[in-house]
Ligand binder design. Structure first.
Ligand code: PLP
Length: 423
C-alpha cells in the first residue's frame, strides 16, 4: 500500500518533512496541546464547501443538514457563509438559535416532532417546517388553535426511489418511516389537507432519498418525480434533500457538489412555475474537512493471525464502522509519505470485540506504541454520533486555519460524566 491518497485529506493539508499540517498547523502540535483523540477540522475547507454549494445552487438555496456535525462554531460558520440550517430536533434547534442563527434561517425536520419541539419552532418563527406525518399536521393545527402563528410548511414526500447505500440510511423507498408516500395517495391527501388548513401555509414539497449516495442517477430519478409533483400541486418551493456520498477510502471517488448540482438542474429545467429549488447537504460539506488523531496504546501480534493496534478512542468517537460497516484508512501524521506496508486491525479501547475502527488497515512498518495515527474523512457523523460508552469523555474539536488552531469544543472531563447524576 502506498502513502495516504491526497484526495482523502482536507483541502489545505500540506506535508513538511513528513509532518502533516492542516490550516498551516502541525497536526502533532495540536495533538500535544489538546491530547488525543482529537477531531481536527480544516476551517478553510468547510468554508470552501459552503461557498461551492452556494455557487452551484444559488443564494438562500442551500440548507446545511446540521446533524452531520453541529456545535456553536459550526452553526456560526454555516450561517456566516450564507447557508440555512436544517435542524431535526429541539436540541439541534437550540444549538443553532443559541449560536445566534436567526430562526428564519432554520428549517425544522423530524419524523416524530413533539408538541414541544413544534411549539418552540413556531414561536421562534423558523423559516419552514418540513411536515412528516398526518399526526404532525394535527399537532400544528392544535398549536395554531392555541394562538401560535401559522407556519410555512413543506411536506416530506417518499417518492418510492430505492438508492444504492446502506439500508439504515436509505430513506426514499416506499417502506420507510419517513414522509407521505407518493405511490399510495397519501402525499396528495396530505397536500390537499395542508392547502386547505388555516393553521399552516403550504409552500412546497420535500424529499431526501438517503445518505452517502454515489449514483447521480438516483438523485435525477427522484428529482424528476418531485418536479412532476411540484408542477402538479403548484408548489412555490421544492427541496431535494442531501445525501451526496463522499470518498472514505482510496479508490473511491465521489461526485463534487458542483457535479451533483448539474444533475438537479437538468431535472429542475422541467419546472413550469418559478418554483425555488433547495438542497440540504450535510456529509458533503463536512466529511473530508476533518481527521481524527489517536495515539497508539498497545500493539498485539498474533502469529499467523493478525496484528491488533489499539488506539485511545474507538466506537465512542466513530460508531460508523460498527453501525454501517463503513471503511476508513489510517496513516501516520508524523510520517505521511511513508509506504503503508504493515497490515493491521485498528481497534478502540471499549470493552467489546466489535469495537473496530478499521478491519484491514495498512500502516508504515515503523509504527510503534506512543505514535500518532490519524483517520481521514471523519468530519461527518463522527463527533455528532459520539457517545460516552465506557464513560470515555468525548474528544475535543479544533478548527485550524491560517496557522492557528482554535479549540471550538473542549474535551469532556470526568466531572462532565457525572453532571447529570443525582445523589
Ligand atoms: C440527513 C439528512 C440530510 C443530509 O444528508 P447527508 O447525507 O449528510 O447529505 C438532508 N436532509 C434530511 C432531511 C436529512 O435527514
Amino acid at each position: 500500500m502506498t502513502a495516504i491518497p491526497r484526495h482523502l485529506l482536507p483541502l489545505t493539508a500540506t506535508v513538511d518533512n513528513g509532518q502533516l499540517l492542516i490550516g498551516g498547523c502541525r497536526v502533532s502540535d495540536i495533538a500535544r496541546e489538546h491530547g488525543t483523540p482529537v477531531f481536527i477540522y480544516d476551517e478553510e475547507h468547510l468554508r470552501a464547501r459552503c461557498h461551492e454549494a452556494i455557487k452551484a445552487f444559488g443564494q438562500d438555496r442551500v440548507i446545511y443538514a446540521a446533524k452531520a456535525f453541529l456545535c456553536t462554531a459550526m452553526a456560526k460558520l454555516a450561517h456566516d457563509e450564507g447557508l440555512l440550517l436544517d435542524v431535526a430536533t429541539g436540541g439541534e434547534l437550540f444549538v443553532a438559535l443559541n449560536a445566534g442563527v436567526p430562526a428564519n434561517r432554520c428549517v425544522l425536520h423530524g419524523n416524530n416532532k413533539s408538541l414541544n419541539e413544534l411549539r418552540t419552532a413556531m414561536k421562534a418563527g423558523v423559516r419552514h417546517i418540513v411536515v412528516d406525518s398526518f399526526d404532525e399536521l394535527e399537532r400544528i393545527e392544535r398549536l395554531h388553535a392555541e394562538g401560535l402563528p401559522a407556519p410555512r410548511v413543506q411536506l416530506r414526500i417518499t417518492p418510492g426511489v430505492t438508492v444504492h447505500t446502506h439500508e439504515y440510511i436509505s430513506t426514499g423507498q416506499d417502506d420507510s418511516k419517513f414522509g407521505f408516500n407518493l405511490g399510495n395517495g397519501s402525499a396528495h391527501k396530505a397536500i390537499d389537507r395542508a392547502k386547505q388548513s388555516k393553521a399552516m401555509q403550504f409552500v412546497g414539497v420535500h424529499c431526501h432519498i438517503g445518505s452517502n449516495v454515489f449514483a447521480v442517477e438516483n438523485f435525477t430519478h427522484a428529482a424528476r418525480i418531485m418536479v412532476k409533483l411540484a408542477n402538479e400541486v403548484q408548489a412555490e418551493e421544492l427541496t431535494l434533500g442531501g445525501g451526496l456520498g463522499v470518498a472514505y477510502v482510496g479508490g473511491e471517488h465521489a461526485p463534487s457538489i458542483t457535479e451533483w448540482s448539474t444533475h438537479f438542474k437538468a431535472a429542475a429545467a422541467e419546472l413550469v412555475g418559478d418554483t425555488k429549488v433547495f438542497v440540504e447537504p450535510g456529509r458533503s460539506i463536512v466529511a473530508d474537512a476533518a481527521i481524527t488523531v489517536y495515539e497508539v496504546g498497545t500493539i498485539k501480534h498474533i502469529d499467523g493471525v493478525r496484528t491488533y493496534i489499539s488506539v485511545d478512542g474507538g466506537m465512542s468517537d466513530n460508531p460508523r464502522p460498527v453501525l454501517y460497516g463503513s471503511g476508513y484508512e489510517a496513516f501516520m501524521p508524523t510520517n505521511v509519505e511513508a509506504a503503508r506496508t504493515k497490515p493491521a486491525r485498528i481497534v478502540g479501547k471499549h470493552c467489546e470485540s466489535g469495537d473496530v475502527l478499521i478491519h484491514e488497515a495498512h500502516l508504515p512498518e515503523s509504527l510503534k506504541v506512543g505514535d500518532l495515527i490519524a483517520t481521514p474523512v471523519t468530519g461527518a457523523y463522527g463527533h455528532s454520533m459520539a457517545s460516552n460508552y465506557n464513560k470515555v469523555p468525548r474528544p475535543p474539536v479544533v478548527f485550524a486555519r491560517n496557522g492557528s488552531a482554535r479549540l471550538v469544543v473542549r474535551r469532556e472531563t470526568p466531572e462532565d460524566l457525572v453532571r447529570l447524576d443525582i445523589l
